[in-house]
Design a protein around this ligand. Structure first.
Ligand code: MN
Ligand code: MN
Length: 460
């Protein structure tokens, strides 16, 4: 009977029952590189600038160097206003035959400073925030925080701000109520327990010497001015992001897991980046996208709905008129994380169709919510294509869905790629505690996602 089962049943295996010693060494090596990238890339801008460093070291040059269609083996990139990044390696086939595009995003949920953030209350200095993306607000209190971003000045220059990353730097916190006095708060739902307007970061407490009002506010502003030369009005044209200060660490006694902020979706961004950096002359032109604004709907000039992508493809083709033909012959891997089955919360998933930790890269035929609403729902043919690509390359993969039917749902950039007439499927790393300040992934799944991205670029 076992023989018959082996012949007929689909029986996925735990990754550790299929990876050999050499594979494990390669996995550890890959994950070291990923963890270093994640540690250095705490915002979308940093994810882009770190990626450009790696790309330039691998021989990529600005796309403006192209004088005609991209040549086989030619490596170019285009930074979309420093907030999203498009890279390509020229393939053997012409652009009209389509490209293999892999699209991840590098923005993550966070607290943005408001445009007029600074205030003082009861001789304590604060910076007001407006959260970005889907967060559980209570998770952002009483944890160490850092401030990263830019201040754009009227003279056209920008000032880079990073406070809290250097171990010698101070950090920030959003305070929470002590349990002793939280009887009323504890009666509230998790959604209401911490209000958005209460997510203010503590910025100082020492008053400026002398008499008068707003002395702590003045002292804080004065310290910011000493460090960055800016005044309060300059916050108005700033993008300052409050992000968790946790280091990226191995988790578990067996060190099989990775903990860190912003793994959604820098874990997939790094996977496709590492994969494209290794391409020399693929069959079809390889395109790698690190998009911005996915967490708020892929909007804006740096989001996946932006025409910046069409322009880039036109540049690669050497002819904007070929873009649509190229799209219709292309394959897109929408590289985004999925939910990993959590034994502590089994009730939100249907186990047979949930992604499992250590079972490899997770494909989602569809996302969306309710009756697959909002999902681009990859065709059976596209699913078959990626099954073949992964199996031929020895990639451990699993098919999964984002929670059980009617539990909730979500979306990725997939729909915006499919709207362009590109065959698209979601694939990515299963994550525990997604969107939390400290997210968890498995090394095996991170490595297999990279192998999947590489196999897709190298597919014949
Ligand atoms: Mn995502
Ligand atoms: Mn997300």
């Amino acid at each position: 009977m076992d023989e018959k089962k082996n012949e007929l049943f689909y029986q996925p295996k735990n990754g550790y029952d299929r990876i050999d010693t050499a594979g494990r060494l390669a996995m550890e090596e890959y994950c070291k590189g990923y963890m270093a990238y994640l540690d250095a890339a705490r915002t979308e801008r940093e994810a882009v600038s770190e990626a450009i460093k790696l790309a330039e070291a691998a021989g990529f040059v600005d796309v403006s160097a192209l004088t005609g269609p991209i040549a086989p083996g030619q490596k170019v990139y285009h930074s979309v206003r420093g907030k999203s990044l498009l890279l390509a390696v020229g393939g053997k086939k012409p652009m009209r035959d389509g490209v293999v595009v892999e699209a991840a995003h590098v923005d993550s949920p966070r607290l943005d400073l408001k445009q007029r953030p600074l205030f003082e209350d009861t001789e304590m200095g604060y910076l007001r925030t407006h959260y970005y993306g889907g967060i559980k607000k209570y998770q952002w209190t009483a944890i160490p925080l850092e401030l990263h971003g830019v201040v754009a000045l009227k003279d056209g220059s920008t000032v880079d701000v990073v406070i809290g990353r250097d171990p010698a730097d101070p950090q920030f916190v959003v305070t929470d109520l002590l349990p002793h006095l939280a009887a009323d708060q504890m009666q509230k739902t998790l959604a209401k327990g911490i209000e958005g307007e209460k997510l203010c970061i503590l910025a100082g407490s020492v008053p400026y010497a002398g008499e008068g009002s707003d002395r702590v506010k003045l002292a804080v502003m004065s310290l910011i001015n000493d460090r960055y030369g800016i005044t309060e009005e300059d916050f108005i044209s700033a993008e300052l992001e409050v992000v968790p200060a946790f280091d990226v660490r191995e988790l578990g006694l067996d060190r099989s897991l990775i903990g860190g902020y912003g793994q959604d979706d820098r874990v997939c961004a790094y996977a496709e980046l590492a994969a494209i950096l290794e391409q020399s002359e693929p069959e079809r032109t390889a395109v790698c996208i690190l998009a911005d604004k996915e967490e708020i709907g892929s909007v804006g000039v740096s989001g996946m709905r932006s025409q910046a992508f069409e322009r880039f493809i036109g540049q690669l083709a050497g002819d904007a008129g070929l873009v649509q033909e190229c799209f219709s012959n292309s394959l897109c891997i929408s590289a985004d994380v999925t939910v990993a089955f959590d034994p502590m919360y089994p009730e939100v998933c249907e186990k047979q169709n949930a992604a499992r930790i250590n079972y490899g890269v997770g494909f989602s035929k569809f996302t969306g919510s309710r009756g697959k609403s909002g999902s681009s729902d990859a065709s059976a043919e596209v699913v078959a294509t990626v099954r073949r690509i992964c199996d031929e390359a020895g990639v451990a993969w699993q098919m999964c869905e984002l929670g059980k039917v009617d539990q909730g749902g979500g979306g990725t950039v997939a729909g915006f790629m499919a709207d362009r007439d590109i065959d698209t499927i979601d694939a990515g790393v299963p994550v525990l505690s997604m969107h939390a300040p400290f997210e968890t992934t498995a090394k095996f799944d991170c490595y297999m996602t990279y192998k999947c991205m590489k196999a897709a670029y190298e597919a014949k």
